[in-house]
Write a protein that binds this ligand. Sequence first.
Ligand code: GN1
Ligand code: MG
Length: 368
Amino acid sequence: MAYQEKQLQEISRKFQIYGEILHAETLKIGHINETYTATYDQGGTRVRYIHQKINRNVFKNPAAVMKNVMRVTTHIRKKQEARYLRNATRRSLVVIPTRDGKSFYENGDHEVWRTFVFVEGVETYEAVQSPEQAFQAGRAFGEFQHLLVDLPGERLFETIPFFHHTRRRFSALQQAIDQDHYNRAKDAKTEIDFALKHEPIVDVILDAMAKGRIPERVTHNDTKFNNVMLDVLTGEAMCIVDLDTVMPGCALYDFGDMVRTTTSPTLEDEPDLSKVKMQMPMFKKLSDGYLSTASQFLTKAEKSHIAFSGKLITFEIGVRFLTDFLSGDTYFRIHRPAHNLDRCRTQFKLVESIERQEEAMQRYVDRR
Ligand code: GN1
Ligand code: MG
């Protein structure tokens, strides 16, 4: 703890923050990066910032990540400033530059740090509390995609290549099963069977994209519900965070991950599987919200895969958790033994629940 504090003192001096750090706390959100909320005294007022250490195991080219983040946040802010009169620094992340004008700081240990304005008066949830929250998440991510439709300049850098390439994710699982380095396949028989049986869904979107039926877009790629900050007073979605995987992708991957994280009342690692289910009222509001901002640019082919995408992405993330479990938990941070297996089970239970309701879900979207 003391080490962290000392380290944060050092980090804090590298950024253009005009104040002194008072204290900092770990923010326990996310499985990848290390995040701290730091409070500063600035001219007698307390001001907060986010300091974050980028996981270099996952993000091999942090400079390119930050270049993407700068392009995306600058573009969004410019458009939002024209649209809304107030709250510009609550509606899009603001990167605080280093004292020498860079978007990140790399220390002697090759750690890469960046700093954001802390958005006050918002809250995030791991699980959705009401259909209205699902609507807000859908609307916000649809707006996010819409704001980036006209991002100028070259194609964004692929910060994690083949991130939602479901065929490659499936092959990685097959390989982990074959190798079974940790002799854990025996503990995951049911889940392995479930995954292998679902191979037919793996190529559906990839094929449609390869044939040009579904376009590539700038997408967020990690549209977990806890990446939407909701205003504490009004409940309005204010700010989308976690921009490290904003890159070329498919709009449906974003929608699918929203289905995964907003339609079940449970956490991602809920051990009591009887509680895990796709709730239709949540899906209705989620898709209403999403289409209120996204239907203006989505094609027919995209819209016709809306329900399917929920199943596919929930399956994909389940496959990733299972792969990590079999490979010794090297990717997702875990907090208990077999945590990744629990996470996988929850995802697969949700896939089953979506399967039972998939037609009704798609019918609801088609009626618009
Ligand atoms: C990771 O870091 P976090 O928790 O936002 C992962 C996502 C997964 C998610 C599952 C870069 O997101 O792809 O869907 O865990 N991010 C990366 O909870 O792999
Ligand atoms: Mg993330």
